[in-house]
Design a protein around this ligand. Structure first.
Ligand SMILES: N[C@@H](CCC(=O)N[C@@H](CS)C(=O)NCC(=O)O)C(=O)O
Length: 186
C-alpha cells in the first residue's frame, strides 16, 4: 500500500534494555517511527506474526517487513537510514570487526550473568553472578580503553554501535540498585 511506504514501527516494552538500544539508534539516525508498547503477558497478534520464532520484543517493522534481534535491527537501521556522517558502525572493515567482537561479548558474557543477579534465589547465588558480571565488565573496560584510544566514545569521538548497545543498558544499571523494581524488569 502506498500509505505504508517508509513506515517504521517499533514493537517494544518500556523496561526492555534491548528496546532502549533500538530507540537510541532510531533517534541518533533521525528516523521518525511509531512506537507500539507490547503487553508481554498478552502478546499482540502483530508481535506473534512479526517474530514467530521467538515472540520477543523489540521488533522493527519497516514498510510492513519485520526485522528481529536487537543487534540485527540496529545494523539494519544503520544501513537502511544512512545520512552522511551518522554511521553507527565504523567505515573501516577492521574496526567494524572489532566493534562486532565487543558487541557479541556484551551480549554473550556481560548480560547473561547480569540478568541472573536479578533472578538468583539466594544471596550466595547472587554474589556468584555478580562476581561473574564484574569480571566480564573488567575485560570490557579494558577493551574500551584500547578501542576508544583516549577519545570519548567506544569508537572514538562520536557515539557509535557499541555506545548504543551499552547505552540501552544504562536504565538497567540504575534499576539493578533498586531490588523493589526487579519484578517489573523480569
Ligand atoms: N535476544 C532476544 C532479546 C530480546 C528479549 O529478551 N526481549 C524480552 C524483553 S527484554 C522479551 O521480549 N521477553 C518476552 C518473552 O520472553 O516472552 C531477542 O530475540 O530479541
Amino acid at each position: 500500500m502506498a500509505g505504508e511506504i517508509n513506515e517504521v514501527k517499533l514493537l517494544g516494552m518500556w523496561a526492555s534494555p534491548y528496546m532502549a538500544r533500538v530507540k537510541l539508534a532510531l533517534h541518533i539516525k533521525d528516523v521518525s517511527y511509531e512506537y507500539v508498547e507490547e503487553d508481554l503477558t498478552n502478546k499482540s497478534e502483530l508481535l506473534l506474526r512479526s517474530n514467530p520464532v521467538r515472540n520477543m520484543v523489540p521488533v522493527l517493522i519497516h514498510d510492513g517487513k519485520p526485522i528481529c534481534e536487537p543487534q540485527v535491527i540496529i545494523q539494519y537501521i544503520d544501513e537502511a537510514f544512512a545520512p552522511a556522517g551518522k554511521a553507527l558502525l565504523p567505515a573501516d572493515l577492521y574496526e567494524r570487526a572489532v566493534a562486532r567482537f565487543w558487541a557479541a561479548y556484551i551480549d554473550d558474557k556481560v548480560l547473561p550473568p547480569w540478568e541472573m543477579i536479578l533472578k538468583a534465589k539466594t544471596d550466595e547465588e547472587r554474589a556468584e553472578w555478580a562476581k561473574q558480571t564484574f569480571g566480564a565488565m573488567d575485560a570490557l573496560e579494558d577493551g574500551f580503553r584500547k578501542c576508544s584510544m583516549g577519545k570519548g566514545f567506544f569508537g572514538g569521538d562520536d557515539v557509535g554501535y557499541l555506545d548504543v548497545l551499552l547505552g540501552g543498558m544504562v536504565p538497567w544499571l540504575y534499576a539493578t540498585d533498586r531490588e523493589d523494581l526487579w519484578p517489573q524488569l523480569l
